[in-house]
Ligand binder design. Structure first.
Ligand code: AQP
Length: 334
């Protein structure tokens, strides 16, 4: 079983990223051959600062390693270090439907949020994502709910490629967690917790100090009722139930039973305590790891070398199948 997922470089990974994706990445190391990358080539599709981007890669690397990624048990690298990703992106564009790309929710949302330029790269974002995964012939892609549509698209791309050029690529399965696949903004619980689209007080960051976490959770928007149960008209409480269930590794029903009759104040305090305890060790390890940039760079470079060995094999087969290049290629894995 081969697992692949990518994550954007930002120093401000939030609880949604952690519960929806990072937690699954760590668990994936025990379930199969796990490959994870920091997608700096995706990050340049919207407005950004070059110097900040490079720093953000280190921030994200330190968060992921702090969360429990172990370079001896997974392949962990920076996307732009493996040139096969953009090359495969271009090759796959020929079997990607323009109409499908046009229907991508993330593109519509992010395009609407750009002030100056809606880049072609933003439109192509899901094709690069398809290349990321398909280059490793991954069986499974752990993501949060918001990325399900992109995984559907990459499955279509792989199937179309195989139908047109012969069985070459693996059609991956999406893996979305049962609890916590869509953590909502604490102030606007009808919208997902998000790096770019959320409210500052409604977004808990992995690196927030304990008192910030407590303040944000205690002031989260709920409803005029008192019952700690999940219901369509109780988006705020439902979200907090999901958060504490995911953090404790229990079922939401258990949480509802435990906090039956306890009132919102005590429940919020329990959620805050659980999240603080959950994130504390990550923050501690982050601080230590982040201070050693050379070490982080070494880890990413070693990961890239291992990644390239796999991706270059796939690229050779893809080029061969598509009739691109001489057909006598021995890729050096440059
Ligand atoms: N609110 C969320 N709940 C559960 N999972 C989530 N993910 C994102 N938001 C939530 C998952 O986190 C993984 C990494 O995402 P990313 O950093 O590559 O960027 P993203 O999906 O675009 O999410 P962000 O952080 O909210 O960024 P913006 O604001 O730019 O959209 C993915 O697996 C994602 O599903």
């Amino acid at each position: 079983m081969r697992i692949f997922s990518g994550i954007q470089p930002t120093g401000r990974k939030h609880l949604g990223n952690y519960i929806g994706a990072i937690r699954q990445y760590v668990a994936g190391q025990d379930r199969g051959e796990a490959i994870y990358c920091i997608v700096d080539l995706h990050a340049i599709t919207v407005a950004y600062e070059p110097a900040v981007l490079r720093e953000s890669v280190y921030d994200t690397a330190a968060i992921l390693l702090g969360a429990g990624l172990d370079p001896n048990r997974c392949i962990f690298f920076r996307q732009s270090d493996v040139v096969e990703h953009p090359e495969l992106c271009w090759l796959l564009s020929s079997v990607t439907s323009y109409g499908e790309l046009n229907r991508m929710t993330q593109f519509k949302e992010k395009a609407g949020a750009q002030r100056d330029l809606v880049s072609g790269g933003l439109f192509f974002y899901p094709v690069l994502q398809a290349a990321d995964v398909l280059a490793y012939r991954a069986d499974e892609v752990p993501v949060g709910e918001d990325q399900r549509q992109h995984v559907e698209l990459m499955r279509d791309v792989a199937e179309r490629f195989n139908a047109r050029f012969g069985e070459t690529l693996v059609v991956p399965e999406v893996r979305v967690p049962e609890v916590g696949a869509r953590i909502m903004d604490l102030q606007q619980p009808d919208r997902k917790m998000s790096t770019t689209g959320g409210t500052p007080q409604g977004t808990v960051y992995v690196l927030d100090a304990p008192d910030q976490v407590a303040r944000k959770i205690r002031s989260s928007v709920t409803d005029s009722g008192t019952e700690v149960v999940r219901a369509p008209d109780k988006a705020g409480i439902s979200n907090l139930i999901d958060i504490i269930a995911a953090v404790r590794g229990t079922a939401p029903e258990e949480i509802e039973r435990e906090f039956d009759g306890s009132g919102y104040g005590a429940f919020k305090q329990a959620v805050a305590d659980a999240v603080i305890e959950y994130l504390a060790p990550v923050r501690e390890r982050y601080t230590e790891l982040r201070s050693d940039e050379a070490g982080l760079e070494r880890t990413l470079a070693e990961g890239a070398e291992k990644a390239r060995a796999i991706a270059s094999d796939t690229l050779r087969d893809v080029r061969e199948a598509m009739g691109v290049g001489s057909g006598h290629e021995v890729r050096s894995g440059q």
